[in-house]
Design a binder for this molecule. Structure first.
Ligand SMILES: [Zn+2]
Ligand SMILES: [Zn+2]
Length: 181
């Protein structure tokens, strides 16, 4: 999403403009509709963008492995630095912070990358399709959200403890105390 800020760059520090965001953006896990409002404020160095946006991304549930649509609230707060002086047209020195956001020589401020980064941060590490997702049966892999499977409860339990033993074993250091001869 691109905003031309040439007028605002000429305005005094503290001047504010509001924009509606209503864009399809590739958030890395497919295209998502992003909506909300941003407020752009002229600072002494550039333009500060603040806003809360909403989107939904397709993610895989960490328990039952089904794809579901996960709503995200994106908190945007980024300062953009002009690459070119809006009045004189001369190049401006940019801050040395890596990954800082810039306003290009056409005075275009592009929100896409800031939105994409904030969406990546907002996606939960272990997404759950719902709070009480029942997950998969460790015995047969059946999705228990769709009802019980035919495994006996003790069968399910023994599979579960085997699985946890395996998980424990894989956490142990592999070469310790052997294989030196
Ligand atoms: Zn799930
Ligand atoms: Zn089962």
């Amino acid at each position: 999403m691109e905003i031309n800020v040439s007028q605002q760059l000429k305005a005094s520090v503290g001047s504010i403009r509001n924009y509606e965001v209503n864009e399809t953006i590739d958030t890395g896990s497919g295209s998502s509709m992003v909506q909300g409002k941003v407020r752009l404020m002229r600072t002494d160095r550039g333009i500060l963008v603040k806003g809360i946006l909403h989107t939904e991304v397709e993610v895989t549930c960490s328990r039952c492995l089904t794809l579901f649509s996960c709503p995200l609230g994106l908190n945007i707060e980024e300062e953009y630095f002009p690459a070119t002086d809006v009045v004189s047209g001369t190049s401006l020195p940019l801050p040395e912070e890596p990954g800082c956001f810039t306003i290009d020589e056409r005075h275009t401020l592009d929100l896409t990358e800031a939105i994409r980064q904030s969406a990546l941060l907002a996606i939960p590490m272990k997404p759950l399709c719902r709070e009480d997702c029942a997950g998969l049966c460790p015995g047969c892999g059946h999705n228990l959200n769709q009802g019980p499977c035919n495994c006996l409860p003790q069968e399910r339990e023994s599979h579960r403890s085997e699985l946890s033993k395996l998980a424990l074993a894989s956490n142990l250091p592999v070469n310790e105390g052997k294989g030196t001869e």
